[in-house]
Ligand binder design. Structure first.
Ligand code: SF4
Length: 713
């Protein structure tokens, strides 16, 4: 009996020292749910992560999610505002920090004008914080210059979906419908490494009989699943889609009734394709006519089919048009708006979807409203309690803001949830520009590469501490709970925005006491807009397992499958457009004879600010690398695992070689998660897609040299 009592008491003691936090992964767009269990034994703490059931990941967690807590609990967190004094960061109080911001921002705007301040956000912020950042720029700072790193993530697919369908929601169907698709095209998406918990949907679909086509210059882990891998020459995806469209037309594998009743533009596409020759497409893309036919006929003949695109085809200077051409495949075959048929952009960032809907884009107001539409402006101005004339107009895209900084048109910058000096293309130019700023404020959990250049760093809370909503890649809004207390004096992003607004005398527009209060304002701001969240409440999100937008009223179930009866354009029809084979991209030359393409690896996320601080994730990939075909390596006398200088006209990096036959012989690959001398964006090209301003990260011309050669020179 005594033993039993002792056992019971010791168990009780254990539970008294154990805290359980319900949360979700801060990284990719699946937003897998989990519990973090924190066990304290004296001064020592141990952590356990338990995956939790949820409709998107079905209870799965990948290595990034399992180890995400490590960056949140590390001692490296910034815990106090830090002021840069002659190159050294000195802790200051919040009141000192706010006073400095007030003085500097006011002086900059007096000397250089309201638009001399820029705001740079991120696609991992919660919906509430993305919304508030847009309001902060336009109401507290009255500047038109706001954009965010999601420009580099989703702008091509978002613009294409808006133009083709009249609405931009990542997936037109819920993830579970992948199992019903009989042919799946994965264009430029390495799901196995970027959204690993989605892979079982595709493996199960294949078991159900789906034929999987992967389009990628590399034989990635995702490509290994494919029935047909099209190892395409970088940057020629639009041409490949033209070849497939041509075959569909020639073989009569088009859905005439659907085209006639639900689309516009088919005749123009037909005329355009009449001049396309498949042998030319083979020459452009490196994909044989036979393979093009096989892909097109299999997709066209399948009863159901889904097309997915991601950064591989989107991060191009013709990314917008390329995505339009892949959407053309869905439209002319009528494979959209029914079960197992649809289009999806596999979003990268955790809140890549919600972060682009509520106003941190240069041309956008909440609810996907346009900043150039007088009615939309009037609606938001009224809600915010300002005059419509005081609402600034359209700004410029993320990289164009860097150009304005370089030209000293923007002289003060406020960065929240982003690391622009590593994530922008042409990073040497970006770094030089940031050095010219009169005042740089960075809000971050860590001293990132951009933070190192800041005049002031403000410490913010992590995903374990900051409650708010995220919208996953399906368009499902999910409530992320957060029960942990931020370390030291770190604050939530929304609290920081409110404090600065107060210091600037704008507190009456920014008096919130919780994330939920901000969400309720966001609901009103999005009401009647394209991305309508009005019917979604914290209460519903707690009761239900997320709610899809559009959700215009509290009794609306949310739309899981879009376009069953109508597209979102005024006439209810989708738009088909002809797309040229290839837009201008940097071509390889005698001096720069190889294509460079960039991407991600399983254990890292974005510029690695968080994942490089997780010891388990850092140990898996502690440095960058250059993937190169053995034949190409031999030609340039490069040994496996040796240091290589990679150079373009913009700059150079040093990376370790990794020889693999999985990549094309004319192409090398370097991931984008590292900074400083391994920051691949020092090499990438600054050219932007003219329509959506996406940089062409995925194609640039480079040369390589073993480092040993350089040492001998
Ligand atoms: Fe899930 Fe993505 Fe996080 Fe992995 S990184 S656990 S797939 S949300």
């Amino acid at each position: 009996m005594n033993d039993l009592l002792r056992h019971f008491r010791s168990k009780q003691l254990e539970t008294e020292t154990e805290k359980v936090f319900d949360t979700q992964c801060p990284f990719c767009s699946v937003q897998c749910k989990m519990q973090l269990i924190e066990q304290r034994n004296g001064e020592r703490k141990r952590y356990k992560v338990v995956p939790m059931p949820n409709p998107a990941s079905e209870g799965r967690l990948c290595i990034k999610g399992r180890n995400a807590y490590q960056h949140a609990v590390t001692k490296e967190r910034v815990k106090q505002p830090l002021l840069n004094v002659n190159g050294a960061f000195v802790p200051v109080s919040w009141s000192e920090a706010l006073q400095i911001i007030k003085e500097k921002f006011t002086a900059i705007q007096q000397e250089d004008g309201y638009n001399a301040l820029g705001v740079y956000g991120g696609g991992s912020l919660t919906n509430e914080e993305a919304y508030l950042l847009g309001k902060f720029a336009r109401v507290a700072l009255q500047t038109k210059y706001i954009d965010y790193n999601g420009r580099f993530c989703m702008s091509a697919a978002a613009s294409a979906a808006n133009q083709a369908f009249g609405i931009d929601r990542g997936l037109t169907n819920q993830l579970s419908e992948i199992l019903q698709a009989r042919c799946i095209i994965l264009a430029g998406t390495n799901i196995a490494e970027c959204q690993p918990t989605l892979m079982p949907y595709f493996t199960k679909a294949r078991e159900n009989g789906a034929f999987i086509i992967v389009i990628d210059p590399r034989e990635t882990t995702t490509a290994k699943l494919a029935d047909l891998h099209l190892k395409i020459k970088p940057g020629t995806d639009a041409a490949l889609a033209n070849g497939m469209l041509k075959v569909l037309l020639d073989e009569g594998l088009v859905e005439q009734k659907f085209i006639q009743e639900r689309t516009n533009g088919y005749e123009e596409l037909k005329q355009h394709l009449a001049s396309i020759r498949l042998d030319q497409i083979e020459e452009i893309t490196g994909i044989t006519v036979e393979q093009i036919r096989k892909a097109a006929v299999t997709y066209g003949a399948a009863q159901t089919g889904m097309v997915f695109t991601a950064r591989g085809v989107e991060q191009q200077t013709d990314g917008y048009m390329t995505v339009r051409n892949f959407i053309n495949l869905s439209l002319i075959t009528g494979k959209i708006g029914r079960i197992g048929c649809g289009y999806g952009a596999i979003t990268g960032q955790g809140n890549g979807q919600g972060g682009r809907e509520h106003g941190q884009k240069a041309d956008q107001l909440p609810g996907y409203r346009s900043i150039e539409n007088p009615e939309h402006r009037a609606y938001i101005a009224k809600l915010w309690g300002i005059n419509e004339q005081d609402l600034p107009g359209k700004g410029v895209s993320a990289y164009e803001m860097m150009e304005k900084i370089y030209q000293k048109e923007i002289t003060g910058l406020f960065v929240m949830g982003s690391n622009p000096v590593v994530s922008n293309p042409n990073a040497n130019f970006v770094e030089e520009g940031l050095q010219k700023l009169k005042f740089l404020v960075v809000v971050d959990m860590f001293i990132s590469e951009t933070g190192r250049m800041a005049d002031l760093i403000l410490p913010c809370s992590s995903y374990l501490e900051d409650e708010g909503t995220m919208t996953n890649l399906e368009g499902r809004v999910i409530l992320r709970k957060a029960g942990r207390t931020p370390p030291g004096e770190a604050k939530h992003d929304w609290e920081i925005l409110c404090d600065i607004a107060q210091a600037l005398g704008k507190e009456r527009f920014f008096s919130y006491s919780s994330a939920e209060e901000i969400f309720n304002e966001l609901r009103m701001a999005s009401r009647g807009g394209t991305a309508d969240y009005y019917g979604i409440t914290y209460n519903r999100l707690t009761q239900e397992e997320g709610v899809y937008w559009p959700c215009p009223s509290p009794d609306h179930p949310g739309e899981a499958r879009l376009f069953e009866h109508s597209f979102a354009h005024a006439d209810g029809r989708a738009k088909i457009i002809p797309v040229e084979n290839q837009h201008v991209k940097e071509q390889i030359t005698e001096e720069f004879p190889l294509y460079l393409t960039t991407g991600r690896v399983l254990t890292q996320y974005l510029t690695g600010v968080q994942t490089r601080r997780s010891h388990t994730l850092a140990a898996s990939h502690f440095e960058s690398f250059l993937e190169i075909h053995p034949k190409t390596a031999k030609k340039y006398r490069i040994e496996n695992e040796s240091l290589v200088k990679l150079e373009s006209e913009r700059g150079s990096v040093t990376v370790r070689s990794k020889l693999t036959p999985d990549i094309r012989e004319d192409t090398v690959f370097v991931p984008m998660h590292w900074g400083d001398m391994q920051s691949v964006n020092k090499v990438t090209h600054q050219a932007l897609d003219p329509y959506c301003k996406m940089p062409g990260f995925k194609v640039c011309a480079v040369k390589i040299k073993p480092l040993v050669d350089l040492q001998l020179e």
